[in-house]
Structure formats: structure tokens, C-alpha cells
Design a protein around this ligand. Sequence first.
Ligand code: NAD
Length: 243
Amino acid sequence: MPGTTLEDLVLLFEQVDGAVALTGAGISTESGIPDFRSPGGLYSHIDPMEYLSVTAMYDHPERFWRFFIDVFSPIVDFEPNAGHRALARLEQAGRLVGVITQNIDGLHTKAGSETVIEVHGHLRTVHCTSCEAVAPLTEAAQQVNAGGLPTCPECGGALRPDVVLFGDQLPEIDRALELAQSVELVLVVGSSLSVTPASYLALQSGRRAIINREPTLLDSVSDVVINAPAGETLTALVEALVG
Ligand code: NAD
């Protein structure tokens, strides 16, 4: 049976040589950004393959971009919460080698984490599918809001988001695997672990701890499982480990 208390988690940190955090949408809900798989979340009323896949982007570009900008562009205005800040402090104190995140919100970097691997991409930029030129997402949003499709300022080619879509390769997966394999502990925060690469990344180290509001698929193969909000649990962890 996994341990379930903060003391169990602190003890685990004391036993291991190096740890990395693996975060999902759940770490950012306390910043006001909803996750997608909880009841009432986005995935309970849309089929993500229909709106957020490479096929959707090429076959129905107007619908794809309207949806993308409406759902994702407001996310860039949110601020980090206590959970993001606690992970940044753990890294600064040498207790974490960094954060691997499924999130696209950029909040770990905003909170001060330095090594951040964004396996699902980010919302800072878009790039041209013809010449690879990079432009800010805000530029694409302006074009969509003016009723057009986002086109490259350099060559006029079609732009695409720097978010990983269903059907895309994962450009950062090798770096993420390397980082997860370099430590003894993966600390999962706010992820249902119901899809790869999250579940796969979580299995790369010998020891695992999970902080999530509800049970996950890897609870039975973890050393510690704490079913509680991420912000307060990580704040208590950083106080116990760093002071
Ligand atoms: P997910 O499957 O990893 O689910 C999130 C998990 O977090 C759930 O199990 C939920 O119980 C838990 N959770 C929610 N709030 C929590 C809290 N305060 N403390 C602890 N646990 C909490 O993620 P998803 O919602 O299915 O998202 C799918 C993908 O969509 C993500 O991998 C990501 O790429 C993208 N997404 C990103 C953001 C973001 O960038 N903030 C938000 C939503 C979705």
C-alpha cells in the first residue's frame, strides 16, 4: 500500500537521489484554468479529435482556428499559483532537477522554474508550415478575430500552433525521457495519468509519488499517493523540505 501522508512524501524525498516533477492540468486549476477531463470539463462536451487534431486543422481550418483561439488564447493571461511557486522553490533549493509538464499555459516558467520541458507545446508562438518562420500567437489571434486564417508574415504560408495536436509527434519527448530517467523519483502533480506520454513518463524512475485530487491509474505502483489539492500539499512539502 502506498503512503498517504505528507510525512511519507517528505521521507521519500529524503531517501532518493534526485527528483523531477511531472505536472498536468490539475496543477493549474487553482490559477483558474479548468482541466479538460474532470466532470463538466471541455472533453465532456466536445470530441477532441474533431477539434484539436492535425486532420481537423487541415480539413476544417476556419473551425479549427476559431475554436483554438476561443479556448486557448485567454489562457496566456492567467497567473501561477502556490503549487507552481512551490515547485520553483524546490528546484532552486536543489530538491528537483526540473519540471516536465503536459500544460501549455507557461505558468511554471512564470513562477520561476528554470528547467521546464513542455511535452504538449506552448501558447507563446505559432510557426509557418511552409518556411518554419515563427510568429507570436497574438498575431495569429488578430488574423482569426478579423475573420481570416492565420498566414505567415514572411511567405504567406499557413501558420500552425506550437501546441501538440492529436496526430502530431512529441518534439520534446526524448528530452523528457532523459530527464525522468536521470532521477530516482517522479513526483506527479495534477494528472489523471490516463494517457501517454504522462503514464509512460511517470514509469521511468524507480520511485513515484502522486498528488492528485482523485485516484489515478498508477496509484498501486506508487510509493506515496496524496489525494488533495496541489497548492496546499506542495506548499506544505516545500516548508518541510526547505523551510
Ligand atoms: P488530466 O487528464 O491530466 O487531468 C487533470 C487531473 O488533475 C484530474 O485527475 C483532476 O482530478 C486533477 N486535479 C484537478 N484540479 C486539481 C487540484 N487543484 N489539485 C490536484 N489535482 C487536481 O488533464 P486533462 O484535463 O485531461 O488535460 C488533457 C491535456 O489538455 C493536458 O495534458 C494538456 O495538454 C491540455 N490542457 C492544458 C491545460 C493547461 O495548460 N493549464 C489545461 C487543460 C488541458
